[in-house]
Design a protein around this ligand. Structure first.
Ligand SMILES: [Zn+2]
Length: 464
């Protein structure tokens, strides 16, 4: 978990005494081309977590910021782990905006890839590499957007705070450390733009919608220990700890959580369902909106695990542990549960319900991890800016909020009162969103250009 002994002080960005004069004459397309090169280099830095080793990535980002004379700093978290911060100051008339991404990536198995996952190779206009979509691509878009503001000397009403953190894919060491050790950075911040969702287009190239996340489900990880008389495997005991654990697990599997449609997901749910033959489904009546009020219809669509995760508190049994010896009946047995709660659900009540379902007086429940989550509002300067910029490009295009079934670092910053949104300035094929932790993860060269332009537009709109 969080590394509280982490060393705090490290390198201040060594400021250049003068700025390269040519930097101010660069055109946007050059910025995009530079961004593509930087992303290729960034993807070559193996930040597979564990162990992460994000220090090299932080130094890489710092070198770029230094060349642009953007004040910056690396925070050494120990064990070759680091966070990186760069700030462009505004005039203070409006509160700041944080552009957040994580430097670590999930593992990649080379044998399933068509190019090496840490090659940054470009094939048919796509930049390949673990992290291309999740989320080094966004990191480079954020950085290049900031560089654009710096080079063009565009006056800022808000601080632009570029933050690259360690360990999002594991224990969020980086974000937790920043919040605990550098709270001052977030004091005057109004918005934070993290990963979460993006614009998607269909097979014909038509934009489906610009999606952004405004909340996440709360992870609640539990271990439940059962107790029973120990003994020899040759004499089975009805109420052994393992038997108790198995019976409890069975009751959990049989339990059906209540299905509900949160107002913030209704629109995205209807969009998901629009392409399916819902009229033929049990519980359908008149139209989709009306059908979503029917429990039978919800039960029907909840057969799809992805949709079910959006409609209820989920419980996944992930670990089972009994004796480590085949002929021994152990004193204890454990099951571990990865529960994800809808925003606003009280964890104590949820755990009471769980205990009642298992109905075993030996059961002891232990919380391994819990992140309370809230939602950011739908009607803010950011959401309006995103909507305006999307519609300036594509008249009438839909801009749709989503709740993420999994968690991101945004949940920690939301607790500070910051309006946090998950929006990556990508416009990608619908099916490519599945590449995030998959094989052949990639992002198009075109997307880097689009992303920088689009984020620049959003920040300009937010500055008004
Ligand atoms: Zn990510």
């Amino acid at each position: 978990m969080e590394n509280r002994t982490a060393r705090h002080v490290l390198f201040y960005g060594c400021c250049l005494l003068f700025l390269c004069s040519h930097a101010y004459t660069q055109e946007n397309k050059d910025i995009a081309a530079e961004g593509v090169k930087f992303l290729q280099e960034y993807l070559k830095i193996d930040t597979t977590n564990p162990p992460g080793n994000e220090m090299r990535a932080a130094v890489f980002l710092q070198q770029i910021a230094n060349r642009e004379n953007i004040p910056n700093r690396i925070y050494d978290l120990g064990n070759n782990r680091a966070n990186f911060l760069a700030v462009l100051k505004g005039d203070g008339s409006k509160k700041g905006v944080v552009l957040l991404h994580h430097m670590d990536v999930v593992p990649a198995e080379e044998k399933y890839w068509k190019v090496h996952p840490f090659s940054g190779a470009i094939v048919d206009g796509e930049i390949y590499g673990r992290g291309a979509l999740d989320i080094k691509g966004k990191g480079i878009i954020d950085l290049m957007t900031m560089i654009h503001y710096q080079r063009q000397r565009i006056p800022l009403s808000r601080d632009i705070i570029f933050l690259a953190v360690a360990d999002e894919e594991n224990n969020s060491l980086g974000s937790k450390w920043m919040i605990e050790n550098e709270p001052g950075i977030f004091k005057n911040v109004e918005f934070l733009i993290d990963e979460g969702a993006c614009a998607l287009f269909d097979k014909t190239g038509k934009t489906i919608a610009y999606f952004f996340s405004l909340g996440e489900k709360s992870p609640l990880w539990l271990t439940i220990t059962f107790k029973g008389e120990p003994g020899h495997g040759s004499v089975p005991l009805e109420n052994s700890a393992v038997n108790r654990a198995i019976r409890a697990a069975h009751k959990i599997l049989a339990y059906q959580s209540e299905l509900q449609v949160l107002p913030d997901i209704e629109e995205s749910l209807m969009m998901c369902l629009a392409t399916r033959e819902c009229e033929k489904m049990p519980g359908f009546s008149n139209n989709l909106s009306e059908s979503l009020r029917s429990q039978l219809f919800l039960e029907t669509i909840a057969k799809d695990p992805e949709l079910a995760a959006l409609l209820k508190n989920t419980i996944a049994i992930t670990c089972l542990q009994g004796s480590d010896k085949i002929n021994t009946i152990s004193n204890e047995a454990k099951i571990s549960l990865d529960c994800r709660l809808l925003p606003g659900v009280d964890k104590e009540r949820f755990m009471q319900k769980l205990m009642a379902i298992m109905d075993d007086h030996t059961a002891e429940i232990k919380i391994e991890e819990y992140i309370p989550t809230t939602k950011s509002p739908r009607d803010t300067v950011f959401v309006n800016a995103l909507t305006q910029c999307a519609r300036a490009r594509e008249a009438g295009v839909k801009v749709i909020p989503v709740i993420l079934p999994s968690s991101t670092d945004a949940s920690f910053y939301r607790l500070l009162g910051i309006h946090c949104y998950g929006f990556e300035s990508y416009r990608i094929r619908e099916e490519d969103s599945a590449l995030c932790h998959g094989n052949n993860e990639r992002v198009s060269v075109e997307n880097i250009k689009f992303g920088i332009e689009f984020l620049t537009d959003i920040l300009a709109e937010m500055a008004k």
